[in-house]
Structures are given as structure tokens and as C-alpha cells.
Design a protein around this ligand. Structure first.
Ligand SMILES: *Cc1c(COP(=O)(O)O)cnc(C)c1O
Length: 379
């Protein structure tokens, strides 16, 4: 099955009791048994729910994996993966990691004896030097937020494999339509399904996909033991959102491409960050490992001040000022004061995250209207 068919059909059967084409919302906490232990595969809804099972099978297929495991948020999904480790183990990750992921690794897991190193993974050779005796997990994010740095997944996985270390890719920014890390050698893929997978800014959810049975069994055990499971309504909304994933993400990519080129030519814009530019670092790797260049674009202003950024941020009408990304509606954000406010200014500036840097999550509206909206806000 090709991707555009999988989003609609993989893992999904008409309901056997009614023929309903849409997977029912099994709003139940428990299941009746004929005799103790004599049941239809469902005992208690933290452990299993048929709506969730359909979603988990669908997600596994989208990432070309064997097992899908859903969680109540992207952070809960990451938390379950880190729980595969034990005290004394070490994680290596990128130095421009999603803020929530950085917070989980440092502010939560340091206290349990799991320590993390953050390095520039856009140059794979850096990893070889950073690996130590206790390194057990490499956490990749690509493209990154908000600078859209691209990490060579296959090169990193090859190095990790040679050392017997597990690799996980946070595939949130690309979505499974654009990038399938398991095909490139990753052991595990993680999603904040809240973003492109759900796609309509109405659900918070996370997912983990793997083809490794041992890892999957352990993750199902953690899912059931710690209980951060999504409810059936949210699983239904996720299944519905995914049916148009390929259409939405392709339109976002097409719109983002036009907006990125328009921004680069604008006389008030200093730098435009978009992996689709031929002179963008690791553009060739991006082209090889992704189907298109994604729907995210960042830029900063020649008048490089917070005030100048604020003028643009508060004068768009179609682009809504909000955190998050990946929905059908376009969003505009200011990382220095919103998502990355906890990072010291000197640290931000080192990676190009200037005071006037603005991040766009380009939605699926008509691109002419989006460009006109930005144009008016620049006046
Ligand atoms: C949003 C996000 C997360 C966290 O997911 P939640 O669903 O908000 O818990 C993790 N990684 C990336 C790259 C994200 O954008």
C-alpha cells in the first residue's frame, strides 16, 4: 500500500457489529467477560481500547514499523522511551532540542541518575567523539525548532549501531509523510501527534513506533504501568485527522516554499531559514531523506530588535500568534519570548536565534492570501 492509501485504510476495518466505516469511539473503561479470563482481548481500558488499537496499527503502518504505541502527549511518549534506560545511563542529543524535551532530560531525569549531553549533530563526526562507556541512547530531532537544522539520520544511526547504541528520532516536524526514520536505520520513532498527525489543533497526543519486538513489549508494559494513555475520543480525532495527512502536509510544503522565497527577497528580512534553499546547510541530506522540505519557515529582520519583531507579530491577521505548529491554520511565533524564553540570550544568539527571529508554521490556506497578510504586517 502506498502512503496516500495507508493513511485512510491501514489498520482500519469497518466495525464488525454495525458496518460503520469510521472506527467507533469505544467510550468504556472496562469490558464484560464470559468467565474469568474468557474475553475478546480487552479487559480494562488503560491496558487496551479498540479505538486506540486501530490508531496504533495505523501509525505503525505510516512509519513502516511493526508496533505503534500511543500516549497522552508527545512528552508522555518521550518519557516512556527514556524509561527504557536506568540510572547511570547517558543520552546524547542535539544542542537545539525542542525545549520540552530538553526540560524532561535535564530537570526530571538528572535526578534519577540519567544524564544527557547536547552536541551539534548536524556534523555526524561530533557524535563519534561524544560517545562514552555509558551512552545508551541517541536522541535525534530533524528538522529542528526553530532554526530548521537538518541531521543526517542514516549517518548518525550507522555510528550508533557500530557502538550498539539505540537511536530515536523525534519525527514531529517532518511527519511520516515526509520522512520515515526506521527506513534510515533508526530503532524508534517518536511523534508529538498534536502537530501534523492530528493537524487540526484540537488534540494533544503522542506516539512511538518501532519494529523491534523487545523494545515494543517493554514500551507496552510502560504504557500500561505508568498509564499516560490517550482517551478514545482523542484517538478518534487523531484517526480522522490522519486521513488527510498527505494532502495537508503537501499543501503546507508548497505554501512554505513560496513564502520562503518571498521572504528571502523582502527588503526588511535579514535571514530566511528554510531547508529547501539549495545553499542551506545539509540541503542535500534533507533532499535525500525527506520527500519535501516541510511547512516551517523562520526568518529575522534587518532591524534586529524585539520591537520590530513585535510589530510584525501583532499585525498579521491570517497568521495567528500562538505556540504549536502543524495545523491547517497558519501560525506565527516569536521563539525568543515564547518557546525559547528559558534559554539565556547569549546561548540563543550563538545558534542564530536572534531577538527578531520569527517562526512560521505555514498552514493550508491560499498562499496568495498568506503572502498578502505578511506583506501588510511588514508595512
Ligand atoms: C510539541 C513537540 C513535542 C512535545 O509534544 P506535546 O504533544 O506537546 O507533549 C516534542 N517534540 C517536538 C519537536 C514538538 O514540536
Amino acid at each position: 500500500m502506498k502512503f496516500g492509501t495507508k493513511v485512510i485504510h491501514a489498520g482500519i476495518e469497518p466495525d464488525p457489529s454495525s458496518g460503520a466505516i469510521m472506527t467507533p469511539i469505544f467510550q468504556t473503561s472496562t469490558y464484560v467477560q464470559d468467565a474469568p479470563g474468557d474475553h475478546k482481548g480487552f479487559e480494562y481500558a488503560r491496558t487496551q481500547n479498540p479505538t486506540r488499537t486501530a490508531l496504533e496499527n495505523n501509525l505503525a503502518a505510516l512509519e513502516n514499523g511493526k508496533y505503534g504505541i500511543c500516549f497522552a502527549s508527545g512528552m508522555a511518549a518521550m518519557d516512556a522511551i527514556v524509561k527504557l534506560l536506568k540510572s547511570g545511563d547517558e543520552v546524547i542529543s542535539t544542542n537545539d532540542l525542542y525545549g520540552g524535551s530538553y526540560r524532561l532530560l535535564t530537570k526530571v531525569y538528572n535526578a534519577f541518575g540519567i544524564h544527557s549531553k547536547f552536541i551539534d549533530l548536524t556534523t555526524p563526526a561530533n557524535l563519534e567523539n561524544a560517545i562514552g562507556d555509558n551512552t545508551r541512547l541517541i536522541w535525534i530531532e530533524t528538522p529542528t525548532n526553530p532554526m530548521l537544522n537538518v541531521v543526517d539520520i542514516k549517518a548518525i544511526c550507522d555510528i550508533a549501531k557500530a557502538h550498539g547504541i539505540m537511536t530515536v528520532v523525534d519525527n514531529t516536524f517532518a511527519s511520516p509523510y515526509l520522512q520515515n526514520p526506521l527506513n534510515l536505520g533508526a530503532d524508534v520513532v517518536m511523534h508529538s501527534s498534536t502537530k501534523y498527525l492530528g493537524g487540526h489543533s484540537d488534540v494533544v497526543q503522542g506516539a512511538v513506533i518501532t519494529s523491534n519486538k523487545e523494545v515494543a513489549d517493554r514500551l507496552y508494559f510502560i504504557q500500561n504501568s505508568t498509564g499516560a494513555v490517550p482517551g478514545p475520543q482523542d484517538c478518534f480525532l487523531m484517526l480522522r485527522g490522519i486521513k488527510t495527512l498527505h494532502l495537508r502536509v503537501q499543501r503546507s510544503c508548497d505554501n512554505a516554499r513560496k513564502i520562503a522565497h518571498w521572504l528571502r527577497d523582502h527588503d526588511k528580512v535579514a535571514n530566511t531559514y528554510y531547508p529547501g534553499f539549495e545553499d542551506f546547510k545539509n540541503h542535500d541530506i534533507c533532499k535525500a531523506q525527506m520527500r519535501d522540505f516541510g511547512g516551517m519557515v523562520s526568518f529575522d529582520l534587518k532591524e534586529n530588535t524585539l520591537e520590530a519583531a513585535n510589530k510584525v507579530l501583532s499585525n498579521t491577521h491570517l497568521f495567528s500568534l500562538a505556540e504549536s505548529l502543524g495545523g491547517v491554520e497558519s501560525l506565527i511565533g516569536h521563539p525568543a519570548s515564547m518557546t525559547h524564553a528559558s534559554i539565556p540570550r547569549e546561548e540563543r544568539l550563538k545558534v542564530g536565534l536572534t531577538d527578531s527571529l520569527i517562526r512560521l508554521s505555514v498552514g493550508v490556506e491560499d498562499v496568495d492570501d498568506l503572502i498578502a497578510d505578511l506583506g501588510a504586517a511588514f508595512q
